[in-house]
Design a protein around this ligand. Structure first.
Ligand code: FES
Length: 103
């Protein structure tokens, strides 16, 4: 069961993920909040997170749809959609600072 860190201004939150669930699903199941409009279908971009640079090459590459959405939203190069990535042990993700906080 991979553990990853949700980096928040008030402190890092360790999250234990279930197999096959997305980062978004694990965060929500842990009682934390990431925004979602499309409920994890990869269509809204509200769940954008910044991923630790050292993990970018270890995650499943973004689909063409995710790549286009991140580009359209002028996302940082290390951004991914939390609903489209699976946790890795030690992964660090930060909610996109350009999104309003609802935590
Ligand atoms: S929840 Fe909408 S893109 Fe991830």
């Amino acid at each position: 069961m991979p553990d990853f860190l949700l980096l928040l201004p008030e402190g890092d939150v360790p999250i234990a993920a279930e197999p096959e669930e997305s980062v978004l699903a694990a965060v929500l199941r842990a009682g934390r909040n990431l925004q979602t409009v499309c409920k994890g279908r990869g269509m809204c971009g509200a769940c954008r997170v910044r991923v630790g640079e050292e993990f970018l090459g270890l995650l499943t590459p973004p689909s063409l749809t995710e790549t286009r959405l991140l580009h359209y939203l002028k996302s940082a190069p290390n951004s991914r959609l939390a609903c489209q990535i699976r946790p890795l042990n030690g992964l660090r993700v930060t909610p996109d600072p350009n999104l309003p906080r609802t935590l």
